[in-house]
Design a binder for this molecule. Structure first.
Ligand code: IDC
Length: 518
């Protein structure tokens, strides 16, 4: 009995101990859990706080390091794709269109892992292609990189090209809107509207008219206008502008100096300078160029010409952008600013599109001109405006068939390179002239259309017979010493003004004698 009692006590004790132990373990466990949770929470909080501090630190160092860098949103606005139809032709019962896509990275960071998707390719069959990997699926064409162009460097443009076969031109010309994706994220669809000046800014930037030095062309002839096929001076007498075009301002800025223009005026007898500002080529105004610097070169050029009593053309030098509509918004903003600034000057002419090409039609150009001209007119009601024509400004006859109406003082461009362009282009000038158009030769040379190659003096003479017979104004390409036939300064001469005849190229010597009549 005693033993039994002892056994029972032992059992009870054991139960109590076990129960106590279990309770302890459970309690401890839950405490531990609480503790563990506390630790995690704290750790998380600390981590968040840490991150916040380190983010702030990052941010402040980033801000310090990269004050000029865009935010991600800004970067997304600075990167975009454009597409152009460069060419097309018939192949059997198919029509083949050749396109080029430009990926513009105007941001200050490289972009990689890009894809461009373009709608409007329904029924298209991929053909020749380069610089990309292409797929058409349903309506959408997708272009991705090949091994060497996966990264588009900051401030650069990457170009891709391809040909697509369509059943009909209608299918080929369906609207095409390129959208750029970077790492799967959609970037900007179209360029932001370029900044336009407010009325106050325009007023503040407006230049006061300067009285021309006496005896200079501007003093003698004053504000020019267009009467029928002629440019006439302030007295209504026919006047001929004769001069020189700069090369691209971005590439040969040093030739924009007062002494250079004075040499051209005094030694050559020139009364005209054309300031060629490329829009699309590397360094061009709309594709990566330093806009402020380009505008200040234009301003300098206008001031030097004005101080010397010469006339000056501000040339929106489209070329690789093919159609002026590619950068119409930028053109409008640019000419708005320029024409507001020079509204009171009597010697500034505006050339709104150097050489439309790549299948751009006269009706495309006319539409563009009808958008840009009123912007200039709102500031400057009567300056001469020069409008380019199709096929690198060779088809002035097309403009003559359908001229811009309701506007005064509009001239139309013919450009020629004498070794390439001969009777066929001269006959277009004749047609246009006979129909009453004022034709302006705002650019020409006497070599071939590449700006290089041999000189064709006979063709050049034929052109100049026509120019002088019709009293056409002209500017010879180009004021530089670049090693190409059309450069006016010998490539071995580094002087930026005051050239002797020996320092001129063959083209330079020829042009000088045309202008001076000696
Ligand atoms: C050429 C320049 C050449 C430059 C090139 C850029 O002479 O140095 O590298 O442009 O694209 C034109 C154009 C004019 C061309 C010129 C000669 O208006 O910009 O200049 N040309 O090719 N139209 C017909 C000929």
């Amino acid at each position: 009995m005693k033993e039994k009692k002892g056994f029972i006590i032992a059992i009870i004790a054991l139960v109590v101990i076990v129960a106590g132990l279990v309770t302890y373990i459970v309690i401890d466990k839950s405490k531990g859990k609480e503790k563990a949770e506390e630790v995690t929470t704290q750790a998380t909080t600390e981590a968040v706080e840490d991150k916040a501090t380190s983010d702030d630190a990052d941010k402040s160092t980033t801000e310090k390091k990269d004050a000029t860098k865009e935010t991600k949103d800004e970067k997304k606005l600075a990167c975009y794709a454009t597409i152009k139809a460069d060419n097309n032709w018939q192949e059997g019962n198919k029509v083949v269109y050749q396109f080029s896509i430009d990926i513009h990275n105007e941001s200050s960071d490289d972009i990689s892992d890009w894809e461009v998707k373009v709608s409007g390719f329904e029924g298209g069959e991929m053909s020749e292609n380069w610089n990309g990997t292409y797929k058409i699926s349903g309506d959408t064409l997708s272009a991705t990189a090949v091994d060497y162009n996966g990264t588009v460097a900051a401030k650069s443009v990457s170009n891709l090209g391809f040909q697509v076969k369509f059943d009909s031109a209608d299918a080929a010309t369906a609207e095409k809107t390129p959208v750029l994706y970077v790492a799967g994220e959609e970037y900007k669809v179209a360029k932001e509207e370029p900044t336009t000046q407010s009325a106050e800014e325009k007023k503040a930037s407006k230049k006061e008219k300067k009285e021309p030095e006496s005896g200079t062309p501007l003093d003698n002839h004053g504000k020019l206008s267009i009467k029928g096929t002629d440019i006439v001076d302030k007295n209504g007498d026919p006047y001929q502008l004769k001069g020189v075009s700069t090369h691209g301002l971005a590439w040969f800025p040093d030739y924009v100096n007062k002494d250079a223009f004075q040499t051209l005026r005094d030694d050559w007898g020139a009364n005209l300078i054309r300031l060629a500002m490329y829009t699309a080529e590397n360094g061009g105004y709309c594709e990566g160029g330093d806009q402020a610097n380009l505008k200040s070169l234009v301003d300098d050029g206008v001031e030097y010409a004005t101080d010397l009593g010469m006339y000056v053309i501000i040339d929106w030098h489209i070329l690789h952008d093919l159609t002026p509509t590619a950068h119409q918004d930028e053109a409008i903003a640019f000419f708005d600013e320029m024409s507001a600034k020079y509204a009171d000057y009597d010697n500034v002419l505006y050339e709104i599109c150097n050489e439309p090409n790549g299948g751009t039609t006269w009706s495309d150009i006319k539409g563009y001109a009808e958008a840009v001209i009123p912007v200039i007119r709102a500031n400057d009601k009567d300056a001469i405006i020069i409008v380019g024509t199709p096929t690198w400004s060779q088809d002035v006859d097309q403009a003559a068939d359908d001229p811009i109406t309701g506007e005064e003082n509009i001239a139309y461009t013919t450009h020629f390179y004498a070794a390439t362009h001969k009777d066929n282009i001269r006959s277009k000038v004749k047609t246009a002239h006979d129909k009453g158009l004022c034709v302006f030769i705002s650019e020409f040379s006497i070599c071939d259309a590449s700006g290089n190659g041999g000189i064709d003096y006979d063709s050049a003479d034929d052109w100049f017979s026509m120019i002088n017979e019709y009293n056409l104004s002209y500017a010879g390409w180009n004021l530089s010493n670049k090693d190409e036939t059309s450069s006016l300064i010998s490539s071995s001469c580094d002087k930026k003004s005051g050239w002797t005849d020996d320092e001129l190229s063959e083209t330079g010597k020829w042009l000088k004698s045309q202008i001076s009549g000696e």
